[in-house]
Every structure is written in structure tokens, then in C-alpha cells.
Write a protein that binds this ligand. Structure first.
Ligand code: ADP
Length: 398
């Protein structure tokens, strides 16, 4: 039994998300979100016992200021001395890390080395890491990489069909993302179905604002839809997903756009938002599509069709299909999307159980296919923070 609590930190360039978890029960005792870091009106919001409290960070509006404020809040609730270790989410561990690791100077140098692969995120993680080392003196820190789970992909899945020297010189290849979620969800799926994960060929769709899909066989990632960056693959909230790379020269020549403008457009103004012209939020898209808004209807159909197409291709990567798994905000809640995706997959022998599909929402896991289906489709809520807490406790010896 872990007596100590785990602090999980997820630092972005202008934000810091934190949670204090009981590693045994998974209970979140306190959570926080610092926003607008490095701007004069930075602030942090704490949630404790269902109550929210906002604290101004303008005196020290950076990651260190946010971690200091968090320490003060923990002290106010007598939680500071109960923290046993800190777990940090890190976006890219490149090819250096295939599992979570206890932080030392070498690991910090490794995360720095991976900065070209996550130029916005890895520097922010390092700021959070250094602030945690200074403010929570003496506590072990563990880093958990989004890319680590995908390091098992075979070479033919992660290599791009471009001159090979680009991989050798610059590390240009598929790395994938959402790895911590996939690791958690593949374990939970096996547990839920009462099977050994080594015996399951799974296709797992993590559908949130960012969305990706992964083939898992033998408990290992075989292929995934996100690539060098999270831009590749499915239609997402604001990202285009797969697109002909020639759009860069086409738009440069015809729309006079620069590389950075096109990159920004593909990452921030595309996907559900770009197609519908309305919103990146799936709920809004579903509501407006139901009212007949043509852009919302098209956005929804494209999201569903691309996802179904990818499920087909990921069954190849998994060597067949025993379980199709839906997770993430959309996967866990949108019965409409799940039903319509399964509507494309009758040829794989998957048939929806309407009633079960409606019940599997708001954190409820459940099989959503009929008993005569050739494979199961199942909804499994993800919990990346808990996975980070588990790794952190294990590697810290708690
Ligand atoms: P993030 O990638 O930011 O972690 P989440 O996993 O929280 O995102 O997922 C956010 C997405 O989930 C949003 O598009 C939101 O509209 C969608 N979502 C949440 N609840 C529902 C619901 N009941 N029906 C459809 N979509 C939902």
C-alpha cells in the first residue's frame, strides 16, 4: 500500500496542470490549473473538496511561481508532507526512452536532446521539472513520455517513405502520441474483458480534442496514426489530420501563404472547426448537425468516415481484431459517433447493441456490440494521470 500521495504535473508553455492522487484508490485529492503563464495576468485555480479557488500569479507569473503557489495550497490543506514523489508528463522522449524513468541529470539532458521533436512542449516540461526539484526538495521526480509506448512499432510502420538519410540525420519518423493513455486503456480493456492482453488484438481510438488511433497486439503498439507530430491521422478538433503534403507548395503559390501560416492553419484552424466554420467542440458539432447545419453535418461525417477507414487499416496492423476500444472525451461519451462508426464496420462482423451503446457514457465502461458480433467494441474511460501516478510510485519505490 502506498502511504504517500503522488503529485502529477503536466506543463505546457503557458499552462501547468497538476493533480494530487492517492495511488492506491486513484482518488484525486486536489487539482490545479495555472493559465496565462508568462503574461502579466497569470493565475492558478485550485480545486479541493469540490470547491474552486483562484489565486493571482502576477507577482511571479511563471512556472516556478505556479509551483510555489501549489506548494502553499498543499500546506494550507496539510497535504505537503504527504507527497512522496512527483510524476511529469513529457510529450517527446524520441527514440531515447521506451519507458518511464526516474529523473537524474542524464535524463534532463535526454529531454533537452528531444526538444527539436517537441519544440513547444519539452522546454516547458523542463521548466516544470526544475521548479519541482527546487520547491519539493529531495523528492524523487519521474518522467512519463507520451511517445514511449509506441517505441515497439516495427520499422516498416514508423518509417516514412522519404530518403532514408532524413531519418538517420534528423530523426524524421513516426513517433505517435497519447502513449500513456494507450498503455492504461490496453491494460484496462484486458482486465475488463477478463483476458490476458497478450492474447488480444486491439484497435484503440483515443478521441479527444486531439485524436489518434493505435493498433495493439501482444500488449504492444504496432502502429499509430499520429506521426512526427500530432498533426497526422484522424480529423481532430482543430487539426486536419492526413492531407496531401503538396498543399504546402499549392497554398504558397496560390494563396501566398508562408510555411508557418500553413502549419498554423493545419494545426489550429482545420478539423471540425475548419470544416464547420463553427466550433472544434464535438458536442456543438453534433447539436448543430442535428439541426441541419451543412458544415456541421459534413464535419461530423468526415470525422466518422476517416475514423472508420483508419479502424480498417489498423486491423491490418494488429493482425486482426478482437476488441475495438473507444476512449477520450468523444470516445467515452458520444454514442452518436460510436454508432455511426460501427455502421461502417458491419463487414468486420461488428454490430451495435443500441441499448448498451447509450449506457456506456459519463465514465461507464461497457461492451457496445451484440453477442453475435465477431469482435467486441468496448468503451473504456482513460486515466492518464493515474497511469503517471502508478509509474511514479513504482519507480520511486513507494
Ligand atoms: P482533450 O484532448 O483536451 O483531453 P477530451 O478527451 O476531454 O479532450 O475530449 C474533449 C472532446 O470531447 C470535446 O470535443 C467534447 O465536445 C467531447 N465530448 C465531451 N462530452 C461529449 C458528449 N457527451 N458528446 C459528444 N462529445 C463530447
Amino acid at each position: 500500500m502506498t502511504q504517500k500521495l503522488i503529485l502529477v504535473l503536466n506543463c505546457g508553455s503557458s499552462s501547468l496542470k497538476g493533480a494530487v492522487l492517492d495511488n492506491d484508490s486513484g482518488e484525486v485529492l486536489l487539482s490545479c490549473l495555472a493559465e496565462k503563464l508568462n503574461l502579466p495576468d497569470a493565475y492558478i485555480t485550485f480545486k479541493f473538496n469540490g470547491e474552486k479557488r483562484k489565486v493571482d500569479l502576477s507577482a511571479k507569473p511563471d512556472h516556478t511561481g505556479a509551483v510555489e503557489a501549489l506548494m502553499e495550497e498543499l500546506k494550507a490543506h496539510d497535504l505537503d508532507s504527504r507527497i512522496g514523489a512527483i510524476g511529469h508528463r513529457v510529450v517527446s522522449g524520441g527514440e531515447l526512452y521506451s519507458e518511464s524513468i526516474l529523473v537524474d541529470d542524464e535524463v534532463i539532458a535526454g529531454i533537452e536532446k528531444c526538444i527539436p521533436l517537441a519544440p513547444l512542449h519539452n522546454p516547458a516540461h523542463l521548466l516544470g521539472l526544475r521548479a519541482a526539484q527546487t520547491i519539493f526538495k529531495g523528492l524523487p521526480n519521474v518522467v512519463v513520455f507520451d511517445t514511449a509506448f509506441h517505441q515497439t512499432m516495427p520499422e516498416h510502420a514508423y518509417t516514412y517513405a522519404v530518403p532514408h538519410e532524413l531519418y538517420e540525420k534528423y530523426g524524421l519518423r513516426r513517433y505517435g502520441a497519447h502513449g500513456t493513455s494507450y498503455r492504461y486503456v490496453s491494460d484496462e480493456t484486458a482486465r475488463f474483458l477478463g483476458k490476458d492482453k497478450k492474447d488480444l488484438r486491439m484497435v484503440i481510438a483515443h478521441l479527444g480534442n486531439g485524436a489518434s488511433i493505435t493498433a495493439v497486439a501482444n500488449g504492444q503498439s504496432q502502429d499509430t496514426s499520429m506521426g512526427l507530430t500530432p498533426l497526422e491521422g484522424l480529423v481532430m478538433g482543430t487539426r486536419s489530420g492526413d492531407i496531401d503534403p503538396a498543399v504546402f507548395s499549392f497554398l504558397a503559390e496560390n494563396a501566398n501563404m508562408t510555411i508557418s501560416q500553413i502549419t498554423e492553419m493545419l494545426n489550429k484552424k482545420s478539423g471540425l472547426l475548419g470544416i464547420s466554420g463553427l466550433s472544434n467542440d464535438c458536442r456543438t458539432i453534433e447539436e448543430e448537425a442535428a439541426k441541419g447545419h451543412p458544415g456541421a453535418k459534413l464535419a461530423l461525417e468526415m470525422f466518422i468516415y476517416r475514423l472508420a477507414k483508419y479502424i480498417g487499416s489498423m486491423t491490418v496492423a494488429a493482425g486482426g481484431l478482437d476488441a475495438l476500444v473507444f476512449t477520450g472525451g468523444i470516445g467515452e461519451n458520444s454514442d452518436i459517433i460510436r454508432e455511426r462508426v460501427l455502421g461502417y464496420l458491419g463487414f468486420l462482423g461488428l454490430h451495435i447493441d443500441q441499448e448498451a451503446n447509450l449506457k456506456a457514457r459519463f465514465g461507464n465502461a461497457g461492451v457496445i456490440t451484440t453477442a453475435d458480433s465477431k469482435a467486441v467494441a468496448v468503451v473504456i474511460p482513460t486515466n492518464e494521470e493515474l497511469m503517471i501516478a502508478h509509474d511514479t510510485a513504482r519507480l520511486s519505490g513507494l
